[in-house]
Design a protein around this ligand. Structure first.
Ligand code: EZ4
Ligand code: CO
Length: 429
């Protein structure tokens, strides 16, 4: 493991000797904050917090399909409360925004709080001239195991796609395939490497059949194990489409193929529902990309109903809150598996990597590659090598935001699909 030399510099900011952390003479104030909405391939909401020391911090505030609600929450209700505050007080500011709203929680509020929290950790890291992971406990591992997304219109195409990821060096791959008799399936999109479910305009409508899905999925994993053997980690996302007993059947039928996890088999509102799934199958279960607070996952974790908690920094209240989720999960044998789709900006990906590399009960990190336009708007130090992501050593989160370039990609209304059963009944996408 590489030792970081930043600890030598913690007592004095290189550009300002007034900043001595241990003597608590740090005198940084938040002077301004601005929200940017841009669409370099897809929509992103970015918060930039400025300080009187010239240091700025970046936070991601992207909530797919509800972007402008979070932008407005920040501009109208959160930013005015931040001016003049000490950006080092990540805990107090988190509590101020969470408790101070009176109406607590929900994805819009928690995404806004997360953006502020990320930006403050970025500032703290830059002011102390160290990578954020050093402030979270330091490195607990050499790199962050990631999984990529292999999608194909049928089993054959998915097999080839998994092969492409293995050639790129991935050690873990999520596999989804089109289902015979259904025109569209979750996870199977237009692009391959840059799968993007949101569509410009109003929500597209998909058609769903649980019966056809349950018949098809075991065939996909049987074929994948036959082709690639037992070593590669294979994952699958049911995307909230099953009842507990249906999920139990799927979990059981996939046991011979020993998945790394079965994700979002059932929606999470009724946490107790997972008791039924758990009773019937040894397939590891993962859930949490749409959960916002520790209370949303409390029963799932404390009753050991899941194996991986998928909350991530942007929709889970920021680094400050996710640390608490991980600490709770740690005592119940639950590991982390942060959401990492393309609708989370590189700022979230960086924040997740600092978190992932530092907590002991890390499991895996989802890694969908952003388009090159997105990467140009958000230059970053994190990088992929041999199946692992690395956060890099830059002070703070290690991500920048090219404001001028972002102006060339204005917001475009876009929505995730909605889903109906064969008879037209509204269902979960
Ligand atoms: O559909 O992030 O595991 N990943 C996923 C994602 C979600 C999108 C929704 O915006 O389920 O692809
Ligand atoms: Co998912």
């Amino acid at each position: 493991m590489e030792r970081n030399s930043a600890c030598r510099q913690i007592r004095g900011h290189p550009r300002n000797p007034r900043l001595t952390y241990n003597e608590r003479e740090i005198d940084v104030k938040i002077t301004a904050a601005k929200v940017f909405v841009c669409c370099p391939g897809r929509n992103f909401v970015t918060l930039k917090i400025q300080t009187d020391e010239g240091i700025f911090g970046l936070g991601d505030a992207t909530l797919n399909g509800r972007e402008l609600a979070v932008a407005s929450y920040l501009e109208e209700h959160a930013i005015p409360c931040l001016i003049g505050r000490d950006p080092f007080q990540t805990e107090d500011i988190w509590q101020y925004l969470y408790r101070g709203a009176y109406w607590r929680g929900g994805p819009v509020t928690m995404t806004a709080i997360a953006a502020v929290d990320m930006a403050l950790w970025d500032i703290k890291g830059k002011a102390l001239n160290t990578a954020v992971y050093n402030l979270l406990g330091g490195k607990s591992r050499n790199g962050v195991l990631v999984y990529g997304h292999a999608n194909g219109k049928d089993v054959e195409e998915t097999i080839d796609e998994v092969g492409r990821y293995l050639e790129m060096g991935y050690l873990a791959v999520r596999a989804q395939s089109g289902i015979p008799g259904l025109a569209s399936t979750y996870g199977v999109g237009r692009g391959q490497l840059h799968y993007e479910p949101a569509e410009k305009g109003l929500p597209p409508e998909n058609i769903w059949s649980t019966e056809k899905y349950l018949l098809h999925v075991p065939k996909l994993f049987e074929a994948l194990r036959a082709k690639y053997g037992g070593d590669v980690h294979l994952l699958h996302d049911a995307h909230h489409r099953l009842t507990p007993i249906e999920a139990a059947r799927l979990g059981k039928s996939l046991e011979p193929y020993h998945l790394f996890w079965l994700e979002d088999a059932v929606t999470g509102e009724l946490q107790e529902g997972y008791r039924i799934v758990r009773r019937h199958t040894t397939t590891p279960l993962a859930i949490g990309e749409v959960l916002s607070t520790i209370w949303d996952a409390r029963i799932l974790i404390s009753e050991q109903l899941i194996d991986y908690i998928r909350m991530t920094v942007v929709h889970g209240g920021g680094i400050t809150h996710l640390k608490k989720v991980a600490a709770l999960a740690e005592i119940y044998h639950v590991r982390t598996g942060c959401h990492g789709a393309t609708d989370l900006s590189p700022v979230t990906m960086a924040a997740a990597l600092h978190f992932d590399v530092s907590v002991n009960n890390f499991g895996i990190q989802e890694y969908m590659r952003h388009t090159s336009e997105t990467d140009e708007v958000f230059p970053h130090t994190y990088y992929f090598k041999d199946g692992y992501l690395h956060p890099g050593e830059a002070p703070g989160l290690g991500v920048d935001f090219n404001e001028e370039l972002a102006k060339r990609f204005p917001y475009e209304r876009a929505y995730l699909p909605v889903n109906r059963k064969l008879d037209g009944t509204m269902f979960n996408w």
